[in-house]
Design a protein around this ligand. Structure first.
Ligand code: ASP
Length: 426
C-alpha cells in the first residue's frame, strides 16, 4: 500500500501539472480555483497543520525523555545545530556562486525588465498588497527588534505557542519540560508512556491523512500551475534558472553528504524520501510536511524514532537550505538588475557579498515554515545592504513557483540531517 501511495502521489502531481497548464491556457471561471483550494489548502494543508503543534511538542518530549542522560541531549543538540548551520552556509555559498557567475540581472533583457518594473509598479503593488504589507512591516525592524521578537516567540506561554503554532516556543518548552521530567526521576515515570502513546497516535493520524494525499496534491498543484503568469516567467527566466541550478547543485551536495556521512546511497535515499519531498513541493510548507517527514525517515530509512523526533522538528523550524540559497540569490539579482537606481548600490563589493552571505543564513533561520515566508525575511538581507524594499515586488509573481523548489530542498536537508545525526549517535 505504502509504495502504491508513492506512485499515486506522483500521478496526482503530474496530472495536477497537466490540468494546471490546461487551465492556464483556457478561459475558466475563477470558481475552479476556489474548489481546488477548498480541497488542497483548506482540507489537506489544514489537516496537516492541525497535527503540527501537538506533534512538535510530543515528539520532542518523547525524544528527550527517551534519551538516557543529559550528555546525550547535549551531544545530539550541538551536532544537530552544527550540521544544519553548515549545510545552510553551503547552500548560500552555492547560490552566491551561481548568481555571481550567471549574472541573471545583467542579461540582455535587463532594460526590458526595468521598464516593465516602472510601468507595472502600481499593478504589482495592487496584486500583492498583502505580501507587500508584510514586507514593509519587516523593513522597519532593527536587529534588536528581531532579537527581542525571537526571544518573545521562544520564551512565552506554552499554551499560546501551541495555539498559534509558534514552533520556537513549543520546542523550547518541550525541551525544558523534558529535561525536568528526566530530572525528577521516579515520580514522573507514569507520565512517560502517556507521552509516547499520544505521540504514536499523532503519527497514526498522519498516515490516515496521507491516504487522501494523491487527490489533494493534484488539487494543490493544479491550482498553483493554473494561476502562474507565463509572461513574467519569461521575463525573469535568468533569475529562475539561477535559483533552480543552485538548488540542483545543493541537492547533489546533500546526497553526497548523505552517502559519505550517513552511508546511504543516493538512489536509495531518493526513492525513500519521495513522499515527503512531493508533499513539501505541493504544500510549500516545511511545517505542514513535518508529520510526513518524521514518518518517512523512520519507515523508509530506518532512522531511530529518538533521532527523528528530535532532529526533524528542529530542522523544520531553523534549517532552510533552499530558503537561504534563494534569499542570497534574490538580493544580488535585484542589485544587478536595478543597480544605480534610487536606493540601490551600483556595484556589489566583496564586503557587501559577505554581509549578504551572513544575513541570508540568519534570515533563513528566522523564516517561518509556511508558504512565502522566505520572501518576507528576505527584507532583512535587503536592509543589511541598503537595497530599498520597493524593488522586492518585482519577484513576487514567481515566488510561489520557486517556493515549491526551496521548501522541498528545506525538507530534504532536514532528512539528511536526521540520517547523519542518527549515524553519529549509533
Ligand atoms: N515555504 C518555505 C518552508 O516552509 C519557507 C520559504 O518561504 O522559503 O520551508
Amino acid at each position: 500500500m505504502k509504495h502504491n501511495l508513492h506512485w499515486l502521489i506522483f500521478v496526482g502531481m503530474l496530472s495536477g501539472i497537466m490540468v494546471g497548464l490546461w487551465i492556464n491556457h483556457s478561459v475558466v471561471s475563477s470558481r475552479i480555483f476556489e474548489v481546488l483550494d477548498l480541497f488542497g489548502k483548506t482540507l489537506f494543508i489544514g489537516a496537516l497543520k492541525m497535527l503540527v503543534a501537538p506533534l512538535i511538542f510530543f515528539s520532542i518530549l518523547t525524544a528527550i525523555t527517551s534519551l538516557s542522560n543529559r550528555q546525550q541531549l547535549w551531544s545530539m543538540g550541538w551536532k544537530t545545530l552544527l550540521f544544519y548551520l553548515t549545510t545552510t552556509s553551503i547552500a548560500v555559498a552555492i547560490g552566491l556562486f551561481f548568481v555571481l557567475t550567471i549574472r541573471p540581472g545583467h542579461w540582455s533583457n535587463r532594460n526590458e525588465i526595468r521598464d516593465n518594473w516602472i510601468e507595472h509598479r502600481q499593478q504589482l503593488h495592487n496584486n500583492f498588497s498583502g505580501t507587500e504589507a508584510q514586507v514593509n512591516e519587516a523593513s522597519h525592524k532593527t536587529p534588536l527588534d528581531i532579537i527581542r521578537h525571537t526571544l518573545e516567540q521562544t520564551i512565552s506561554n506554552p499554551f499560546l505557542a501551541l495555539s498559534e503554532t509558534r514552533s520556537l516556543g513549543i520546542i523550547f518548552f518541550a525541551l525544558i519540560l523534558g529535561a525536568a521530567l528526566i530530572a525528577v526521576g521516579k515520580v514522573a515515570e507514569p507520565v512517560l508512556p502517556v507521552i509516547q502513546g499520544i505521540n504514536a497516535a499523532i503519527m497514526k493520524l498522519t498516515t490516515w491523512i496521507m491516504l487522501g494525499s494523491p487527490f489533494f496534491i493534484f488539487c494543490l498543484v493544479a491550482s498553483l500551475v493554473g494561476q502562474l503568469g507565463a509572461g513574467v516567467f519569461q521575463l525573469l527566466s535568468g533569475y529562475i534558472i539561477t535559483i533552480i541550478t543552485g538548488i540542483a547543485v545543493h541537492l547533489v551536495v546533500l546526497l553526497a553528504i548523505c552517502y559519505f556521512m550517513g552511508r546511504i546511497p543516493p538512489w536509495r535515499f531518493i526513492l525513500a524520501i519521495q513522499q515527503a519531498w512531493m508533499v513539501a513541493f505541493a504544500t510549500r510548507s516545511s511545517a505542514a510536511t513535518l508529520p510526513v517527514t518524521i514518518s518517512t525517515v523512520q519507515d523508509e530509512l530506518g532512522i531511530s524514532a529518538q533521532t527523528a523526533e528530535f532532529v526533524l522538528p528542529l530542522g523544520a523550524t531553523i534549517n532552510m537550505d533552499g530558503t537561504a540559497l534563494y534569499e542570497g540569490v534574490a538580493v544580488i539579482f535585484l542589485i544587478q538588475l536595478f543597480g544605480g537606481m534610487p536606493g540601490v548600490m551600483i556595484e556589489l563589493t566583496p564586503v557587501t557579498t559577505i554581509i549578504i552571505f551572513m544575513t541570508a543564513v540568519l534570515a533563513s533561520i528566522g523564516a517561518a515554515a509556511v508558504p512565502n515566508a522566505g520572501l518576507v525575511t528576505m527584507v532583512l538581507v535587503a536592509n543589511a545592504v541598503g537595497l530599498s524594499v520597493e524593488y522586492i515586488p518585482m519577484i513576487f509573481a514567481v515566488d510561489a513557483f520557486l517556493d515549491m523548489f526551496r521548501t522541498s530542498t528545506n525538507v530534504m536537508g532536514d532528512m539528511v540531517g536526521a540520517v547523519v545525526i542518527d549515524k553519529f549517535e549509533k
